[in-house]
Design a protein around this ligand. Structure first.
Ligand SMILES: Nc1ncnc2c1ncn2[C@@H]1O[C@H](COP(=O)(O)OP(=O)(O)OP(=O)(O)O)[C@@H](O)[C@H]1O
Ligand SMILES: O=P(O)(O)OC[C@@]1(O)O[C@H](CO)[C@@H](O)[C@@H]1O
Length: 303
């Protein structure tokens, strides 16, 4: 089974404004609301690939009801802990620029946290546990590290899509897959990374520190998969970017969802890149059909 964790789910409120002006009233051309948060996005894309997962995390209030109801309507399984406050609303403003305003999210009590850890007990050796998104301030900042240590000891395949210390601290616990983008990778080592060539040595460092597979996304510039043995570099399909929110999460879903079915990392990487781009070219997360349309454009080169 695949489990995803979203500690701070959201409603992603996508707002389209023509020529946004600060310090004045702007009118929306259109708006959309989607359940969000990185783990939830991964679960939604997995479902579209016909892969079952269970979404864990904390939700609350009317916004939490919305998130849970949309997931139910899409037959995405979830088992959230209910918290006292409202789940956050993250604003994604699309105009001449893409601007994101992400909420703080509700406070998570000690009891909520205990209830969450109880749910993790159902995870079995060989299962996949995907930890995605940042850790809210009311939780321990080393939460991912604790879960990764526990998962590694239990034989669970840990996947992490996070940034900064939360990511660096899990690497020694041998996660199955981590996926920094090139900015996040640069931040880990206090360098600026702008190209595939510049990224590879730092991906190598993450492997040396313990990660089993490292995926590095560079938005429209390509993607890299580094395994314990090989380095693969991919182009990205061409198309018009409509909404890149969740593109990285789609890449993670494409990789894990395909790997569990095929046991083949190259096929999984190819689907991952197609899924990331297919989401970037869609208003919501990608459909399966769009991934299939793009997959032949993805060319993988072994270094
Ligand atoms: N301009 C683009 N053209 C084509 N594909 C893109 C573009 N931007 C993103 N993608 C696709 O999405 C994948 C992930 O993109 P990116 O590196 O932006 O991840 P991310 O920063 O984790 O994404 P996000 O945080 O927005 O979910 C890329 O590997 C690529 O497949
Ligand atoms: O605030 P975080 O947890 O870092 O990111 C949350 C978020 O921006 O990430 C997803 C896209 O990856 C969105 O669905 C969501 O709004």
């Amino acid at each position: 089974m695949i489990y995803t964790v979203t500690l701070n789910p959201s409603i992603d409120y996508i707002v389209n404004v023509d020529n946004f002006q600060i310090d004045s009233i702007n009118r929306m051309i259109s708006d959309q609301k989607f359940p969000g948060g990185k783990g939830i996005n991964v679960s939604r894309v997995l479902k579209r690939l016909d892969v079952t997962s269970i979404a864990f995390g904390f939700i609350g209030g009317f916004t939490g009801d919305f998130i849970e109801n949309v997931l139910k309507s899409e037959s995405v399984l979830s088992d959230f802990v209910r918290v006292a406050g409202d789940s956050r609303i993250n604003i994604k403003l699309k105009s001449q620029y893409e601007t994101e305003i992400n909420g703080q999210g509700p406070t998570i009590s000690e009891q909520n946290s205990t209830d969450f850890f109880k749910k993790l007990e159902q995870i079995q050796p060989g299962d996949y546990l995907i930890l995605a998104g940042n850790i809210p301030s009311s939780l321990e900042s080393n939460l991912y590290e604790k879960i990764a240590k526990w998962g590694n000891e239990k034989g669970v395949n840990i996947v992490v899509d996070a940034s900064g210390k939360a990511l660096l601290d899990v690497v020694k616990h041998k996660p199955f897959f981590i996926k920094p983008n090139h900015h996040e990778l640069g931040e880990l080592f206090d360098v600026t990374i702008s190209t595939v060539e510049e990224a590879i040595p730092y991906g190598q460092k993450l492997l040396e520190l313990g990660a089993k597979n490292v995926g590095i996304s560079l938005a429209g510039m390509g993607a890299i998969l580094m395994t314990e043995k090989d380095i693969f570099v991919s182009n990205v399909p061409k198309g018009e970017v409509i909404n890149s929110v969740g593109a990285g999460d789609s890449l993670v879903a494409g990789f894990i969802g395909t790997y569990v079915k095929t046991n083949d990392k190259v096929t999984a990487f190819k689907t991952a890149v197609a899924a990331g781009s297919a989401t970037a070219f869609s208003s919501d997360l990608t459909s399966r059909k769009k991934i299939e349309e793009l997959i032949d454009q993805v060319m993988i080169e072994k270094r």
